[in-house]
Write a protein that binds this ligand. Structure first.
Ligand SMILES: O=P(O)(O)OC[C@H]1O[C@@H](O)[C@H](O)[C@@H](O)[C@@H]1O
Length: 280
């Protein structure tokens, strides 16, 4: 067994999680892979894993008040597994933790706050739940944003529709000036570069990824009000060294997060957010 990753299975489902970034890199149900992992992904800890479910913390994208790299340090830090996986009749679960001493020193120095993250991955025969708990272990308040950057596998992204975002307000990061608009379509489709942050989407609204060729997946969110839809399309694909030129056709990112507003945590306070992916 490879100590760098944890494999869980439950019935006919399985999940693979690298300690690097606590990145889920595979979720299979009945032998069908639901998650995209680039053929060019670095799996040796030299770069954030291109694909799977990278964890975004302590901030989404780049922000003027931080010199951390885009999407923060959680996805490029090596996490520790907490206990051995536990299995019940209905689910198999494992948890990982990250605190500042396991963050690369140069990055920790750029965000000098005491914290503890706990990431729990739970597998049932038809669901994958990933939950992040953020604790402020400092004696002063600090703030953060976070997101589960899920890459879904697709066979021809032109067939994909992301349902459940109709009526949601979004920021279009591709359009000049990143304008804000309201989604009018029942399904978001990909026919060019897409990079949109849908904000304040009711937790009760299920987001469904359809037409992937790998079976529909319903995304249930808890405490993650924002949904990012991203596909780099042709030019951005070519510009990414760890992504095949044609792989834009094999993936769509539907990312559940809390990114539109900073979350402030007082000393001793915790915040928990997560998603359940369910085969439909
Ligand atoms: O290349 P990275 O850092 O993994 O980011 C990938 C994409 O992540 C998305 O969440 C962002 O909205 C995009 O703007 C970004 O390009």
């Amino acid at each position: 067994s490879n100590p760098a990753k944890v494999l869980l299975s439950h019935g006919n489902a399985s999940v693979e999680i690298y300690l690097f970034g606590a990145t889920v890199t595979s979720w299979k149900v009945g032998g069908v892979e639901k998650i995209f992992l680039s053929k060019k992904a670095h799996l040796d800890g030299s770069k954030a894993i291109r694909g799977g479910i990278p964890l975004v913390f302590p901030h989404f994208g780049t922000i003027p008040t931080s010199t951390l790299p885009q999407h923060g340090f959680a996805r490029v830090s090596t996490w520790s597994r907490l206990d051995p996986p536990s299995e019940t009749e209905t689910a198999t679960s494992v948890a990982f933790t990250l605190s500042p001493r396991a963050v690369p020193a140069a990055l920790a120095a750029k965000w000098p706050h005491a914290f503890r993250l706990t990431y729990t991955v739970t597998l049932t025969t038809d669901t994958l739940t990933t939950t992040l708990k953020v604790e402020n272990t400092a004696d002063v308040a600090w703030e953060f944003t976070s997101l589960l950057h899920t890459y879904f596998a697709t066979r021809g992204v032109a067939h994909v529709g992301v349902k459940g975002l109709e009526g949601a307000s979004f920021v279009d990061k591709v359009a000049e000036g990143a304008p804000r608009a309201v989604e009018s379509r029942t399904a978001v489709i990909v026919a060019g570069e897409v990079d949109r942050v849908y904000e304040g989407v009711d937790d009760k609204a299920e987001v469904t990824v359809t037409g992937t060729g790998h079976g529909d997946v319903v995304v249930h969110r808890t405490n993650l009000p924002d949904v990012v839809v991203w596909n780099p399309w042709t030019d951005k694909a070519k510009a990414m060294a760890d992504f095949g030129d044609d792989e834009f056709d094999n993936m769509i990112c539907v990312e559940a997060g809390s990114v539109a507003k900073f979350i402030s945590l007082q000393p001793g306070e915790t915040w928990t957010g997560g998603q359940t992916l369910k085969t439909a």
